[in-house]
Write a protein that binds this ligand. Structure first.
Ligand code: GLC
Length: 477
């Protein structure tokens, strides 16, 4: 007899637990079948990702790619010559961070860091209010650390899709995650931040670079390990960037003077043009419908921290509605959208033989007393198949990047709470990437706070590039 922990297939999907009522088991199996990605689906996703990647890089694409493949204008990684103090501002989730990074011959001292909550009224209010808020936090940080008298360059991590026209120009394409401020889409976030800084009249900070969190993570990863070629975020949202040969970036006409550049895939939106519809289930449609920005960010909504818990919740609600869980009784707290946060999946997934953590989560929802042993096993099963699906989707894209880059060995720098706290995701990813990119050696490393520390490094690289530009009189060195 199979137990819950036995794996059903090579992809790590668990067996549906043995239930007394065979009909119930079959029904649950039917309802969740679409969430199990088989070999054909995996191969197809890989093919589609490659195609979208090529379209996204090409000059005259035959169709619009859902992968933006954005040029970050970062042609260099840290080279050990960086010196000085650099500020960083990191915005992307419900907290923002201000940092002071000190580099001494390329070596980082532990940065000064301050976290600030970004309240909902700021995340959903007017754009100028958001940027005034950010400038106020920079001021607060500098005041606390007695830095207000200094003139400092700042790297701005702005983890939203942007069109970059230069290292210090980033035009917002659309908001994502929990943000929807008016008056920012179509505008340059650097300009808006500089204007907010200027309005204050008490800050001497100059925004020298704008970057994505994946980019910061790659650059921080390169600082930790020179073989780093991919930056990956598995947090509230998900995305990756990689080091590309500029000759491959066909759409970048002015790419003659640099041999490589970091490309931000913006894979959160992968599938927004319908190319991934073959794996979309009714549960995914429901998650999209319940989200702040519907009909967008298809790929991210399958698994990133903002949504993965909601995927599990809508499945559980369906099972309750069909009478397969809690004998059909509806737990009030679980009926609330977004109430099942992704951290609960990590908690449930960390149960091994006992069900201590799963029970603790059920207690949060006031349903521990109603839950039978079988209900508990079903909930664990759902969390597990959603985790395996997540690992597979991420691994397919990472493997595609590895094959495309075709290096002897590539280090992948990862940051984000999903990667850090999900007990199985890193090992599942290792297994799947290895299987999918057999010939390509890789290593996943955690680049903690990469999006913040990397922003400091990029401010240093930007400063170095500007200096060499002015001393050479050429556009790139
Ligand atoms: C969203 C953003 C992307 C970011 C990712 C991770 O997908 O569009 O820019 O990198 O979240 O924070």
């Amino acid at each position: 007899m199979k137990t819950f922990t036995q794996l059903e297939d090579a992809n790590g999907y668990p067996c549906l637990p043995n239930l007394q009522d065979l009909k119930r088991k079959n029904k649950i199996s039917m309802l969740t079948r679409g969430l199990i990605l088989d070999k054909d689906a995996i191969e197809k996703i890989m093919k589609v990702f490659n195609n979208e990647m090529k379209l996204g890089l090409s000059k005259n694409p035959t169709a619009k790619s859902s992968l933006q493949m954005e040029n970050t204008f970062i042609p260099e990684l840290p080279d050990g010559t960086e010196n000085g103090y650099f500020m960083a501002l990191d915005l992307g989730g419900t907290h923002c961070r201000v940092l002071l990074v000190h580099l001494k011959d390329g070596l980082q001292e532990e940065p000064l860091v301050q976290y600030y909550d970004v309240p909902e009224n700021i995340r959903l209010g007017p754009g100028t209010q958001l940027f005034d808020f950010l400038a106020a936090k920079i001021h607060n940080f500098m005041e606390r650390n007695d830095l207000l008298h200094l003139h400092l360059p700042l790297g701005f991590t702005f983890s939203f899709p942007m069109v970059q026209k230069a290292l210090d120009v980033g035009v917002l394409v659309t908001w994502t995650k929990s943000f929807n401020c008016s008056g920012v889409v179509g505008n340059d976030a650097v300009k808006m931040l500089n204007e907010a800084i200027a309005r204050r009249k008490d800050l001497h900070v100059n925004v020298v670079a704008i970057l994505n969190d994946t980019t910061g993570t790659l650059v921080q990863g390169a600082y930790l390990n020179s073989k780093c070629g991919i930056g990956l975020i598995l947090g509230t949202g998900s995305n990756a960037c990689y080091m590309e040969k500029s000759a491959n970036v066909e759409k970048w006409s002015d790419n003659k003077n640099v041999s490589q550049v970091i490309i931000d895939c913006e894979w959160g939106a992968f599938g927004d043009n319908g190319v991934l519809d073959f794996i979309k289930t009714d549960f995914d449609r429901q998650v999209d419908a319940n989200s702040l920005l519907v009909n967008s960010f298809t790929f991210e909504k399958y698994f990133s921290g903002q949504y993965m818990g909601e995927v599990v919740r809508v499945i559980l609600v369906k099972l309750i509605d069909e009478g397969h869980l809690f004998e059909g009784k509806k737990p009030i707290k679980l009926m609330k959208k977004q109430s099942f946060i992704t951290a609960y999946i990590s908690q449930i997934e960390s149960d091994k033989e006992d069900t201590y953590n799963t029970k603790a989560v059920l207690k949060e929802f006031d349903i521990l007393d109603e839950a039978s042993e079988e209900d508990i096993q079903i909930i664990r099963y759902i969390c597990s198949i959603i985790s395996v699906r997540a690992a597979l989707l991420i691994s397919v894209c990472i493997a595609s990047l590895l094959i495309h880059m075709d290096r002897q060995e590539t280090v992948i720098a990862v940051d984000g709470s999903l990667f850090k706290y999900h007990p199985k995701l890193p090992s599942l990813m290792n297994k799947h990437i290895e299987a999918l990119a057999k010939e390509h050696k890789f290593k996943l490393i955690l680049a903690e706070d990469g999006s913040g520390k990397g922003a400091g490094l990029i401010a240093a690289i930007a400063t170095r590039l500007t200096k060499s530009k002015s001393s050479n009189g050429s556009s790139h060195d």
